[in-house]
Design a protein around this ligand. Structure first.
Ligand code: S3P
Length: 676
């Protein structure tokens, strides 16, 4: 247990929809003829890649909302895409869609991905598909058996495939190829991989036979459309089960988690390590067992993980390894060589990062050996863009006494766009919060800084007082992040426009129905919104959004929602935030509050310079000043400074001078906080 502060966890977390089921829900909906209603789909970057690829193949997939309908028109309408399918970071998108494409006679597609995906082995799926009669060309450097790769569909032959390792992606790909071509497929595996494909196919009328040896798809099967409710992803829930396990007190409720036994290995491992996990409200939804887990802290013991258990916890092993670093004694993981070909070489990456935090850990060819301890962990984590590493070490970083910086916190969007927000909520704004900033970590020999709440600097002021550009400048000078709350209003406007609802019919409630599609991400300089796990920066600045955003921003419940996002960001990392009510309603406890004022003429002049890009005439300034007076009257109730705010009159100072003053005040505040 930590010597610096206590972490008390509380509350409930509903991890987002299961990634494996989400990919399959979209693909199967696209293959059927008829309507599929999908509820709770994971709107993350990986799933987005599957949706975009299916659209490129000719399927009409609407925006990935909380609840939407895909109108499938069967396989006949699928065509070769005009350009390459961008699978981004997603192995599941690539392998499952390679299977589907292989069974579409006469059609072909080139698959591409990011640097991490392009390094991953595709021969494992290409070989059996070629044995069925598909043509697959690796189009990268000679000898490279990864992306880019072109799949040419054909009228396939049946296959009996005995895989040398357990892979749900390969199994799923062969089943989709067999379905598309109407031929028999038998897949045997040395150990059972996750069985979502089987469950979902059977729910759609396919006569699959499953036994301990594997799965048989008879020839000539047809898919019937069936609605899907996607349960919470157990791999995502595992991060919070780990947080609760390592906390000092309290409990976390993890709601509606998929408890499919091929996926729950991590919970079994945690139980073996001493963690208390109770299950409530267990039931079946859409062919998958689900339940709510209540996880409470424990005195953790090391354990051995290997054999048949590995496929049941393969994606959770980075988190398990981090928990093992906090357990008494040794933990040994073996038989997990598959980890070397995931989004990163997760054996090497976990070992090196744990070692960098001062943990005694030994790399094995197929796993690792970890000596648990209680010392503070201090250091910088290199994620290699691997979402599960960012989250596993993010959880360790949320423990009191640990100071861990993460190089690419934004990569969590691959599977869990709202991760940092949920983490901030789970640890509570007043406890020690997860730190995901990018400045270099102190050297491991430095004494651990004491736990503290993140620094919040609020900058308020009337309209056109220059809050936003000053705030970004101050944040840059202090090397902390600026929360761009305006971008969150833009993100809500963007999803409202995308929903197809006529802007005239927008009400706060309607606009907020799509709010779940918006997450936030940390860049080096800012906290910015994401839509469906993607940045969308350009679209958010587009003219359609600009036309409607001020109406959306005027809606009370919308302001409350944006304030919630901003508050969560400020609970997670050091921030400078500007906007109305920031120092009063949103962050009443901000450690430094600035209120900028300037006389009306000067504000009008600045606004026009910005808008017109030239020196305005006196007549133009007078007109603008009149409009500002009216706006000030409208805002009068909102625009009062907080009682503890420092008011700066900027009428006669340059922006550089204002920034200098605020930065000096911020540095003094930091010193004062450090001393207390
Ligand atoms: C997945 C299968 C697993 C898993 C991956 C998702 C799937 O990979 O690690 O994150 O959705 O089918 P393998 O197929 O390599 O086992």
């Amino acid at each position: 247990m930590s010597t610096l502060g206590r972490l008390v966890v509380r509350g409930a977390i509903r991890a987002p929809g299961d990634k494996s089921i989400s990919h399959r829900a979209l693909i199967l909906a696209a293959m059927c003829e008829g309507e599929t209603r999908i509820c709770g789909l994971l709107p993350s970057a990986d799933v987005h890649a599957t949706a975009a690829a299916l659209r490129a193949l000719g399927v009409s997939i609407p925006a990935l909302d909380a609840d939407f309908v895909v109108r499938g028109r069967g396989l006949a309408v699928l065509h070769s895409p005009e350009s390459a399918l961008d699978c981004a970071n997603s192995g599941t998108t690539t392998r499952l869609l390679a299977g589907l494409l292989a069974g579409l006679d006469g059609r072909n597609a080139r698959f591409e991905g990011d640097a991490s995906l392009s390094r991953r082995p595709m021969r494992r799926v290409a070989e059996p598909l070629m044995a069925m009669g598909a043509r697959i060309d690796f189009e990268g450097a000679s000898g490279h058996d990864g992306l880019p790769m072109r799949v040419h569909g054909a009228a396939l032959r049946p296959i009996r495939f005995v895989n040398t390792h357990a892979s749900a992606q390969v199994k799923g790909a062969l089943l989709l190829a067999g379905l598309a071509s109407g031929v028999e497929v038998v897949v045997a595996e040395p150990r059972r991989s996750r069985d979502h494909s089987e469950r979902m196919l059977m729910a759609r009328g396919v006569a699959l036979q499953c036994d301990a040896q594997g799965v048989t798809l008879p020839a000539g099967q047809r898919l019937v459309a069936a609605d899907v409710t996607v349960p919470s992803d157990p791999s995502s829930a595992t991060f919070f089960a780990a947080l609760a396990a390592m906390a000092d007190a309290g409990a976390l409720r993890l709601e509606q988690v998929c408890l499919n036994p091929t996926r729950t290995g991590a919970f079994d491992v945690f139980r073996r390590m001493g963690v208390r996990i109770e299950v409530e409200d267990a039931r079946e939804v859409g062919g998958e067992p689900i339940g709510t887990l209540i996880v409470s802290p424990a005195a953790l013991q090391g354990t051995h993980i290997g054999g048949v258990e590995i496929p049941r916890c393969i994606d959770e092993l980075p988190m398990i390894a981090c928990v093992a670093a906090r357990a008494a004694g040794e933990t040994v993981i073996t038989g997990a060589q598959e980890l070397r070909v995931k989004e990163s070489d997760r054996i090497r990456a976990v070992v090196e990062n744990l070692r960098g935090l001062g943990v005694a850990v030994e790399e094995l060819p197929d796993g690792m050996r970890i000596q648990g301890g209680t010392g503070p962990m201090v250091g910088h984590v290199a994620t290699q863009g691997d979402h599960r590493l960012a989250m596993a070490f993010g959880i360790l970083g949320a423990l009191p006494g640990n100071t861990i910086t993460i190089d690419d916190p934004g990569c969590v969007a691959v599977s869990y766009p709202g991760f940092w927000r949920d983490l901030a909520n789970a640890v509570g704004p007043s406890s020690h919060a997860a730190r995901a900033p990018s400045p270099p970590a102190p050297p491991p020999s430095a004494p651990p800084p004491s736990a503290r709440a993140p620094l919040v600097i609020s900058i308020d002021g009337p309209a056109a007082s220059g809050k936003s550009s000053t705030a970004q400048w101050v944040a840059d000078e202090l090397d902390v992040r600026h929360v761009d709350s305006g971008a969150f209003y833009r993100a809500l406007t963007f999803v409202a426009l995308e929903s197809g609802m006529a802007p005239d019919a927008w009400t706060p409630e309607r606009v907020l129905t799509s709010a779940h599609r918006i997450g936030w991400r940390l860049t080096a300089r800012s906290v910015l919104p994401m839509v469906d796990g993607l940045p969308q920066d350009e679209a958010l600045r587009g003219s359609a959004v600009t036309r409607h955003v001020s109406r959306v921003a005027a809606m009370g419940p919308v302001r409350a929602w944006v304030n919630g996002q901003v508050r969560a960001a400020g609970a997670a990392v050091d921030v400078v935030v500007d906007g109305r009510d920031i120092g009063t309603a949103v962050f009443p406890n901000a450690q430094l509050k600035i209120f900028l004022i300037a006389d009306t003429w000067e504000r009008a002049r600045r606004r026009l310079v910005q808008r017109l890009g030239r020196r305005p005439t006196d007549v133009e300034i007078a007109e603008e000043a009149e409009a500002l007076v009216a706006r000030d009257a409208q805002d009068a109730t909102q625009s009062a400074p907080a009682r503890d705010a420092i008011t700066i009159d900027t009428t006669t100072v340059t922006q550089a001078e204002q920034v200098e003053r605020i930065v000096a005040l911020a540095r003094a505040t930091r010193e004062r906080l450090r001393a207390t």
